[in-house]
Design a protein. Structure first.
Length: 952
RNA sequence: GCUCGAGUGGUGGAAUUGGUAGACACGUUGGACUUAAAAUCCAAUGGACAGUAAUGUCCGUACGGGUUCAAGUCCCGUCUCGAGUACCA
């Protein structure tokens, strides 16, 4: 084979790897383990574009490198195959989502197989497969049967809690629950009915049913989690979202807030993702303070108890439950009117418009717990019902929002003059929000204290008089876990007397029922409400018809689980993917531990990456796994952007009537009578590297524009304009990896994707640039061939060639360790260019070179390896070791600078001392020339680096 | 608004601890081969100025300052872009 035929070579080796199971990972053995994981894809109908494989290529390079360096590598792939698009498609076409999903997966698989990934496909998982989701259901049951012990700071079995209740009631139990659960004694507990006991336990379980304000998306017919909403509309589809009260399954992730925050420190993740998670968890340390009011009390959370004497008024959220009770008759009409107005404003309006200040005085006065003063109580929508207690103590001198509110309502009834408690600070114009630079004044016992001292003293005093206590608040809310959808995991739950009951894990999976349509029922129940066989028989332990009237038959839950359920634990399933008896064997997990390298997009920062950390901590507490974090190191690959092509369309007036014209980029349009213009996307496949449009192709594609006249440039070509945008079908700028593989091959595509730039950066795709790496591959091939065919000599290589080789070994090893793949590709190019110049065809160099490139371009490497006479796959070859001796040089090219400016270079002995260097350099003619009689004021010589003269 | 990150040729991007800015590619231009095209190969390519030329000088890493023998790299200020967040008390 003289010519490099990428199609034949790549097909041959892909087949070889598949039939030999080259990448099958074994659990155990003497080699150190390495677990490289990609975020598994949702198999969409559009297939892969060139942006998708970027991360897969990077993880594949690392995986192949780790195999070469003697690691046992786990590198699996699977599909996050429950999700909305398949269901939307089902609604439109009636095709079962399972069918759509299966077809899409087949296409993804085909595309991935062409790229030569070293996945162990025997471990594939699909979240929508009952073999998999039965364990997702099992974890749900485990969560239901657990509570969070704050004292031990971990999750525990619920039986444990029950026995505590039986012995001593709930007064000594510190559990993560909603606030203010009524206290009961052991006698109380034991006197409760089964039903009452279950209702109480529901308040403690890690997954529980609750009536909560949820984000309801009418267009999608489902609720959405906070992280599924972007700018007040749904992340998918951009539909409006409204608040609605619904009974939903919730996940008590808030119990884990502190651990989720703390353990971030030890993760090798990007600073930005960690920061996003920190903000999302939103820890704030402060105090709860109670303000009595006519036998009731208003509780507030504040991060600034040091400013307690600066309280000028209080503000409640309009939805606050006390509002109706405390409002005076005189203010009632105004308060009612305001409540009406704010309730009508959608969440989105409220968010978009944060500048408008609004509020109403309730007429009520609370009592300041320390000073005893009367403090007017207002309502205002700048206070959020959902955070803290839904009420604030307003300190205008130290808080901008309070200051703005006080200013806006200054001189009105119920708005006193702003109290100032900061020494020597003027707060008449704006609030003083700095903490550390002043002392407290006008504050009784806090006078003269700093922020820190006053914080501690105020909390101590409040605790002493029973008016408050130190408290830490988190922004992180419990997660809504119910979705009113069809294509998700069914809950293993049936209802008996309105109380949820778990199906025993041994009867799982509870498989999705068939439905006639994938829409909600007429009375608004989720799609599962359409199933006629969707009841649970507790005697037969199976799903039975809804018509079954026996006493042992109960209705099943109609909601399904959200997309993040299956993806929260899949990294463990890969460790023992075909286990039919349990989710994974303990030994398998103990062997593989957790993921050493996780590669995926940063868009999952507050969804998948937070929820999976939560589930892993839970599984750890319950002894299922021995690690607390799923992903030790993570890299977030940047998006590959598309280069869209645009055709400019003008509307011109010709003899009194309006006509359309397409005009080429760079053509002067002054002679036309232009009325308006716009640009249309042109499919990038119709545009060549010179930005010239295939006009006939365009006309055939956009038949609606077939008759429009094209105004071409002087060469008769029609040029489009280019713009970088997100790669997507709707922008007609999608580049398909299959096309690239056909034309250039997978090795070239892999190299080119890496060559584009640093993995983590977003960058535009430009197919034209691929010829550079394609040329490299061909030059690499030629190194091993002469006119007659394969030809490698057994003669030792020259010193130059050995230097080139070892320089490259060093660089590539460093680059892979640092995930700097783009610079490796450059150094391969340099190596091949140099070896070509050196006419090197020595086995001594070409054999290790094949191994060096094999993680990046595995097909050509395998082919060369086999041509070199090896029977085994190159994957088993040891990665070349770098040997310093080949890089040792006798001389070094020194830059000689004058006043910091490099003037020329000199070859000087590498081992010369400072003094020797100085003597040699000064003896040089060029130096004397540069000096031109000027004096040397200072000489800086750094051996191995530089020589610099300061002259003048 | 706040938080984080980033600004280097026409383009993607290189550049250990401060030590020869622009590696490697793309594109462009010129040339070779060819009836022609493609492919391939060779040469030039940050800008300005001077010179027939080899070459030399000056300016250049968003902008303005500073530290240093020496700054893309360190410090201060400004601007722009991107990401996250959005009244979180």
């Amino acid at each position: 084979m003289l010519l490099y035929d990428h199609k034949a070579i790549e097909a041959k080796w892909q087949q070889y790897w598949a039939s030999h199971k080259t990448f099958k990972a074994i659990n155990g053995g003497n080699h150190p383990k390495f677990y490289a994981l990609d975020m598994f894809p949702y198999p969409s109908g559009a297939g892969l574009h060139v942006g998708h494989p970027l991360g897969y290529i990077a993880s594949d390079i690392v995986s192949r490198y780790k195999r070469h360096t003697g690691h046992n590598v786990l590198h699996p792939m699977g599909y996050d195959s429950f999700g909305l698009p398949a269901e939307q498609y089902a609604i439109q076409t009636g095709q079962h989502p399972a069918v759509t999903t299966r077809d899409n997966i087949a296409r993804y698989r085909e595309q991935m197989d062409r790229l030569g990934f070293s996945f162990d496909w025997d471990r594939e998982v699909r979240t929508s497969s009952p073999d998999y989701y039965k364990y997702t259901q099992e974890i749900f049951i485990m969560l239901f049967e657990s509570w969070y012990d704050k004292e031990a700071d971990r999750a525990r079995p619920i039986e444990d809690l029950v026995s505590r209740f039986r012995e001593s009631g709930n007064t000594n139990v510190q559990a993560a629950t909603e606030d203010d659960l009524p206290a009961f004694t052991a006698e109380d507990w034991n006197s409760y009915t089964q039903q009452q006991q279950q209702e109480i336990l529901l308040n403690y379980r890690l997954t529980y049913l609750a009536d909560t304000e949820v984000n309801w998306c009418p267009a999608l017919g489902t609720v959405l989690a906070n992280d599924e909403i972007v700018n007040g509309v749904s992340e998918r589809g951009g539909h409006p979202v409204v608040r609605k009260k619904m009974r939903q399954w919730m996940m008590r992730i808030s119990a884990f807030a502190e651990r989720l925050l703390l353990d971030l420190d030890d993760l090798d993740w990007s600073a930005s993702i960690k920061e996003i998670q920190r903000n999302w968890i939103g820890k704030s340390v402060g105090a709860m303070v109670s303000f009595p009011l006519e036998g009731r009390q208003i509780d507030v959370f504040t991060t600034r108890p040091d400013t307690i004497y600066g309280v000028t008024f209080m503000t409640l959220a309009p939805e606050h439950e006390l509002v109706d009770q405390i409002t005076t008759d005189a203010q009632r009409d105004a308060v009612e009117a305001y409540k009406k107005v704010t309730a009508a404003r959608s969440e989105r309006e409220r968010m978009a418009d944060v500048k408008t200040i609004s509020g109403v005085f309730t007429g009520a006065y609370a009592t300041h717990p320390l000073s005893g003063e009367q403090v007017p109580v207002w309502i205002g929508d700048y206070v959020l019902a959902g955070y803290g207690t839904g009420a604030v103590m307003a300190v205008p001198c130290g808080d901008e929002r309070d200051h703005a509110f006080a200013n806006y309502f200054a001189n009105q009834e119920g708005m006193p003059v702003i109290k100032n408690i900061f020494e020597g600070v003027d707060v008449s114009e704006e609030a003083y929000t700095a903490k550390d630079e002043t002392r407290i004044t006008n504050s009784d016992f806090l006078n003269g204290m700093s922020y820190k001292e006053a914080m501690a003293a105020a909390i101590a005093k409040l605790e002493e008089i029973g008016a408050g206590k130190g408290k830490t608040n988190y922004r992180l809310r419990d997660a809504v876990f119910s979705r009113q959808r069809y294509w998700g995991e069914p809950f293993p739950v049936y209802y008996k007397d309105g109380l949820p009951q778990m199906i025993d894990a041994k009867h799982l999976p509870l498989e999705l029922p068939e439905v006639d349509e994938y829409l909600p029922t007429e009375d608004g129940a989720p799609p599962l409400g359409r199933a006629t066989t969707w009841s649970w028989c507790t005697e037969e332990n199976k799903v039975v018809s809804n018509d079954d009237n026996r006493d042992c038959v109960y209705p099943l839950e109609l909601n399904t689980m959200p997309g993040w359920a299956g993806s929260s634990w899949y990294m463990f399933r890969y460790m023992d993917a075909n286990n039919e008896d349990e989710m994974f064997a303990q030994e398998a997990q103990e062997y593989w531990q957790n993921v050493d390298l996780y590669i995926g997009g940063s868009e999952h920062a507050t969804g998948h990456l937070l929820y999976s950390r939560f589930w892993v901590k839970f599984l750890y507490d319950r002894g299922k796994v021995n690690v607390e974090e799923p992903f030790k190191k993570m890299i977030n690959q940047g998006m590959i952007l598309g280069e869209s092509a645009f055709v400019k369309e003008l509307e011109v007036e010709v003899e009194g009537s309006l006509e359309k014209r397409f005009i080429s980029q760079g053509v002067n349009a002054k002679h036309l009578n232009i009325k308006s213009g716009r640009k249309l996307h042109a499919d990038v496949s119709l545009v060549n590297a010179q930005n010239e449009l295939d006009v006939n192709g365009f006309k055939a594609w956009r038949t609606d524009h077939a008759t429009t006249e094209f105004i071409c440039n002087e060469n008769g070509a029609f040029k489009v304009s280019r713009e970088v945008e997100k790669m997507s079908k709707s922008k007609f700028n999608v580049v398909n990896p299959d096309d690239i593989c056909d034309q250039y091959g997978a090795d070239t595509l892999r190299l080119y994707e890496m060559f584009l730039g640093p993995l983590e950066q977003a960058k535009p795709w430009n197919t034209a640039g691929i010829t550079g790496v394609y040329g490299f591959i061909k030059k690499l091939w030629k190194l091993y061939h002469n006119e007659d065919g394969f030809s490698v000599s057994d003669q030792p290589a020259s010193a130059d060639s050995m230097r080139t080789l070892h320089k490259t070994i060093k660089k590539v090893r460093e680059d892979i360790e640092n995930f700097s793949f783009n610079t490796s590709v450059s150094s391969f190019m340099i190596a091949v260019n140099e070896l070509t110049t050196q006419s090197c065809n020595s086995r001594q160099v070409l054999e290790p070179l094949a191994i060096l490139v094999s993680p990046y371009a595995p097909h050509i490497a395998e082919e060369l390896w086999s041509l070199l006479g090896h029977d085994e796959s190159i994957c088993t070859a040891a990665f070349p070791e770098f040997e310093e001796q080949y890089l040792v040089e006798t001389s070094k090219t020194y830059p000689i600078s004058f006043n910091g400016k490099m003037r020329f270079t000199l070859e000087l002995p590498v081992n010369a001392s400072k003094d020797e260097l100085e003597t040699m350099v000064l003896a040089n003619d060029q130096v004397q020339e540069q000096l031109a009689g000027k004096q040397i004021r200072k000489t800086i010589i750094v051996p191995g680096k530089i020589v610099n003269f300061v002259i003048g």
